[in-house]
Write a protein that binds this ligand. Structure first.
Ligand SMILES: [Mn+2]
Length: 319
């Protein structure tokens, strides 16, 4: 089972991520569940007609996200971020393993490999967060969460979960309890909460499965792009044509999202959504300054020597 949790704004990107996943499936296509938070009828119909063409076993599940208020709102977060923590109540078919995926992702490899990946008795497998590595923040974040520095701090953009073990350890509820009881330890929301609860008890996946934009070197292999950084290939307005910006996002990714967004729009799904303002401001001085700032930060991160030392210390994660 592949699981996405979204609100209306990110629904088009979820559809695009699913399309990229299907494109790279060699064997069976795993069933897909999308948890929908505050999605209106037009967008729901658009998503189901877009996804219908992919020939999937698909469950679109409407979720009432009010259970995580007021703390989600207080943190400025959409309830969609937390839906997967209660997935066992929401999934509509029996499942052993769940791959939880962010909306801002593009698959380049067969997701069935993750469904078969050994978990060595762990409830969760995930990829070390290389942005956190690049910025040298692993020691501080781990200390704040009260967890060991090894095997490190993972990114929650892609999680492989053994549902039975996850339920047995009450992992989802324990992460929810962090929000209501220990929220002062949190820096990155659900990601920090899960890292705190698992306390290093996760199986490390090769970093190719969560290739974070901005900290993934051009010569490292990629099984899934994660555009969590400052540059989004589906937006950026005209700035995406700047050679420096295009180089970071990768021309093939820009082309992929351009075509995918066109297809989404033909199903009445608008990936630009509320991003019109950004498109307009991108041409203005403010936009240019913010792009320059992002470029500076990108250069700092991507040239960090901590990335190279991580790579040499963890050769098995670089394959
Ligand atoms: Mn993300």
């Amino acid at each position: 089972m592949i699981l996405y949790s979204t609100d209306q704004v990110f629904l088009p990107l979820v559809c695009i991520s699913i399309a990229s996943m299907v494109e790279h499936c060699r064997g069976n296509r795993p069933p897909v569940t999308v948890l929908l938070h505050d999605v209106d009828e037009t967008a729901r119909k658009g998503a189901s007609s877009f996804l219908e063409e992919l020939g999937l076993q698909l469950d679109l599940v409407d979720v009432d996200g009010s259970w995580c208020q007021p703390w989600a709102k207080a943190r400025g977060q959409s309830p969609a971020k937390f839906g997967f923590l209660r997935m066992h109540e929401l999934l509509q078919r029996p499942v052993g393993r769940v791959v939880v995926v962010d909306a801002d992702t593009r698959f380049m490899d067969d997701v069935n490999k993750l469904l078969a990946h050994p978990l060595d008795g762990c409830a969760v497998a995930a990829v070390n967060d290389m942005a956190v590595v690049a910025e040298g923040r692993v020691p501080d974040l781990c200390a704040k969460l009260g967890i060991p520095q090894s095997p490190g701090y993972f990114n929650s953009g892609l999680l492989v979960i053994d549902l039975e073990k996850w339920l047995h350890a009450n992992t989802g509820q324990a992460a929810i309890d962090v929000f209501t009881q220990r929220s002062e330890i949190l820096t990155f929301n659900d990601q920090c909460a899960l890292n705190a609860v698992l306390a290093g008890n996760f199986r490390q996946l090769p970093i190719r499965w969560n290739a974070l934009q901005g900290t993934h070197r051009a010569d490292w292999p990629v099984s899934m792009h994660h555009f969590a950084g400052h540059f989004k290939p589906w937006k950026m307005g005209l700035c995406r044509r700047l050679p420096s910006v295009e180089k970071i996002m990768g021309a093939p990714n820009i082309d992929f999202y351009r075509a995918a967004c066109r297809s989404a729009r033909s199903h009445n799904l608008d990936p630009a959504g509320n991003q019109l303002l950004e498109t307009i401001s991108a041409g203005l001085l403010l936009g240019k300054m913010s792009v320059n700032g992002r470029l500076r930060q990108h250069t700092l991160r991507s040239s960090s020597s901590l990335l190279t030392s991580f790579a040499s210390q963890h050769p098995h994660l670089m394959e």
